[in-house]
Design a protein around this ligand. Structure first.
Ligand code: GLP
Length: 250
């Protein structure tokens, strides 16, 4: 779906999330959402919060799992994805606090594997994700699944885990951290396996900086050098929502 601008693209993404909540509540009594951070989805969350305020959308029966979190980081750090989610969505809707899951950047390293495995088990115990909202990094990352030298099969099976951030990701994060030396170089990320297992995947990409990587991910070969290209393997469940600048190289 190509929209004239980022605002319109964000509205389409928010509509699709609201429709998923509605239909999952009708069929199963709860809705399980995978959420993303970054600059791109901010307007999506503003739109969902506005729908909640207007009275049409409740998050009482919604369960959320966020894609990623810096490691290590305190949840109250304004740069944590937990605090991003609090600012943009959690504090603005009626989502019960114990139904909002963000990977914990304070877990001691010796317990990270246990924590990330538990995160995957929780998603599975909830019946899997009804919808995963995604953004794309300039290097094609989804969540913090970075370009890596491993096979497509290995990448597709990757569980939630601790990763090192790619140089392009670290360079882009200077925007948030203000200084290259302050960028936290590691993160916890949902694995490609969980992402690709979602019953619906909404990829939102806006702005001219994303045009080249969007074209590579959508039209190029399926390769772990561009993690988002793995979405081609589940194409029937993926919707790409773009604005015109992000779609310019298609
Ligand atoms: C961030 C996040 C991703 C996000 C991407 C794009 O680092 N880990 O989940 O989709 O990079 O961010 P932005 O929307 O700010 O371009």
């Amino acid at each position: 779906i190509v929209c004239p601008n980022a605002e319109a693209a964000s509205r389409v993404a928010a509509e699709s999330i609201a429709a998923t909540i509605d239909s999952a509540l009708k069929s199963r009594g709860k809705a399980i959402l995978g959420l993303a951070t970054g600059a791109t989805p901010e307007v999506v969350y503003a739109n969902l919060a506005a729908r909640h305020r207007a009275g049409g959308l409740s998050f009482q029966k919604v369960v959320t799992y966020n894609l990623d979190e810096y490691y290590p980081i305190q949840p109250i750090d304004p740069l944590s994805y937990r605090s991003y989610m609090h600012r943009h969505l959690f504090s603005r809707v009626d989502l019960p606090a114990n139904q909002a899951h963000v990977l914990d950047g304070t877990v001691p390293e010796a317990f990270v594997r246990e924590h990330t495995a538990e995160f995957d088990r929780w998603i599975e115990a909830d019946g899997g994700l009804d919808l995963q909202l995604l953004g794309i990094g300039r290097n094609g990352h989804i969540g913090f699944n970075e370009p890596a030298e491993w096979s497509v099969a290995e990448a597709a099976a990757a569980p939630t885990r601790l990763v090192e951030l790619h140089p392009v990701t670290r360079a882009d994060a200077v925007r948030e951290f203000g200084d290259a030396a302050k960028v936290i170089p590691r993160a916890l990320t949902m694995g490609v396996k969980q992402i690709l297992s979602a019953r619906a995947i909404v990829m939102l990409a806006t702005g001219p900086r994303k045009a080249s990587i969007v074209a590579q991910a959508l039209r190029g070969p399926v390769t772990t050098a561009v993690p988002a290209s793995l979405l081609q393997t589940v194409a029937d469940r993926v919707v790409w929502i773009l604005d015109e600048p992000a779609a310019a190289e298609l």
